[in-house]
Design a protein around this ligand. Structure first.
Ligand SMILES: C[S@@+](CC[C@H](N)C(=O)[O-])C[C@H]1O[C@@H](n2cnc3c(N)ncnc32)[C@H](O)[C@@H]1O
Ligand code: SF4
Length: 372
């Protein structure tokens, strides 16, 4: 594992309610024990920080971190003391002009805004806790808030969403001058409200062809506006890539703090926090699992984390683990131009970006031990 850019992820699990498509480890509680949880996070960090001597990035994800008291966010930033980017996920409905200023003063340098769509009917369909007008207000507010960078999350491929509606969403984002955009096709995860509705036939997601058309359309508009794709779902202006997430896609080490958070130590050990916040608060130094995977598992992890990034899978790092990709097995994709080999990496190319999941499966099948 590379130790070049260790980051710290902090999971803040509470939400004001649960959105219909959400499959994350989140809790809806009237009075969440935020102070005790923050104390537990500080203890957990104290227990693991020796593995991460100079963290470069810090990321507050959720859940809804914008519901967490600003003074707790400030205490965590002070304790972790990252040298670079500090990102916080913020949602419309729990963000105000005052909070934006307080986060900035506390040391947050980058916001990731869960805007999703600016259509009122689709906002309602997703069962968000805010209106489309509030999403638009937050988009406008952030442009004047003085952050070094920020990102807008959008969901597309919504049932019944027309290309015009999608276009409207992109137009709002581009008009704001967003430095970074994350775009996700709606997924119906099993067990979610949406998943059950799809299973029961009450909701139908658009067919794959519509997904590909919408994705192609978005890609064109964002690229025309100077936002380059650097991961299947992520687009940035020059110098505005998310440094924290980029480290995941380069399979670098990161500390995972909080309920159900995943982490990866510089020696490749995988950590998983206790999923239940009450258990986590009671025993912050305990983990649900703490395992050093074998070389094959690490090679697989490396493949899965790097293929969706523009730089692709670094063959030298695979080789260091004793593995390689069988070129004969992926030759059809190389010939078709959906995969390419460049600078010692295998990466998605051309139409390959549209079939990333299938190509991932093909590469997993092509993974084999390399001759010494
Ligand atoms: C870690 S989540 C952010 C959570 C944040 N609390 C929010 O909802 O705004 C990152 C993004 O993933 C996307 N996302 C989450 N679940 C999804 C799903 N089932 N289908 C498509 N996109 C999803 C949303 O755009 C969300 O903003
Ligand atoms: S706000 Fe985000 S994390 Fe919370 S329930 Fe909605 S999608 Fe899930």
């Amino acid at each position: 594992m590379s130790v070049s850019t260790p980051g710290v992820y902090v999971h803040l699990p509470w939400c004001a309610h649960r959105c219909h498509y959400c499959s994350f480890n989140v809790l809806v509680e009237r009075s969440p024990p935020q102070a005790a949880y923050t104390q537990a996070l500080l203890q957990q960090w104290a227990g693991i920080r020796e593995h991460f001597p100079a963290p470069s990035t810090l990321y507050f994800g959720g859940g809804t971190p914008s519901l967490h008291p600003v003074e707790h966010i400030a205490a965590l930033i002070k304790a972790v003391a990252p040298t670079g980017e500090v990102t916080l996920e913020a949602n419309p409905g729990s963000t105000s002009i005052e909070k934006l200023a307080a986060w900035r003063d506390a040391g947050v340098t980058r916001l990731s805004l869960g805007l999703q769509t600016f259509s009122e009917r689709h906002t309602r369909f997703l069962h968000r806790q805010h209106s489309a007008v509030q999403a638009l207000e937050l988009l406008h507010a952030v442009t004047h808030a003085g952050f070094e960078s920020w990102s807008a999350d959008l969901i597309f491929n919504l049932p019944g969403q027309t290309l015009e509606e999608l276009d409207q969403d992109i137009t709002h984002i581009l008009a704001s001058g967003a430095p970074h955009v994350s775009l996700y096709g709606l997924t119906a995860h099993p067990g979610t409200h949406l998943g059950k509705a799809v299973d029961a036939g009450r909701v139908r997601l658009p067919p794959d062809d519509d997904w590909a058309q919408a994705y192609g359309h978005i890609l064109q508009r964002l690229q025309d506006a100077g936002l380059s794709r650097y991961e299947v779902s992520n687009f940035a202006r020059s110098g505005q890539r998310g440094q924290h997430n980029q480290a995941y896609w380069r399979a670098h080490a990161y500390a995972g703090l909080g309920a159900g958070a995943h982490g990866c130590l510089p020696d490749g050990t995988r950590t998983l926090g206790l999923a239940d916040p009450t258990a986590f608060i009671a025993t912050p130094l305990q983990y649900a699992s703490w395992e050093t995977p074998n070389a094959e598992q690490r090679a697989l992890d490396l493949l899965l984390s790097t293929l969706r990034h523009v730089d692709g899978v670094p063959l030298a790092r695979l080789h260091d683990l004793g593995f390689t990709l069988n070129k004969r097995a992926i030759l059809p994709h190389l010939k078709l131009g959906t995969l390419r080999e460049r600078k010692g990496c295998i990466s998605l190319f051309g139409k390959g970006w549209l079939i990333a999941d299938g190509l991932t499966r093909a590469c997993v099948r092509a993974l084999q031990s390399s001759p010494p």
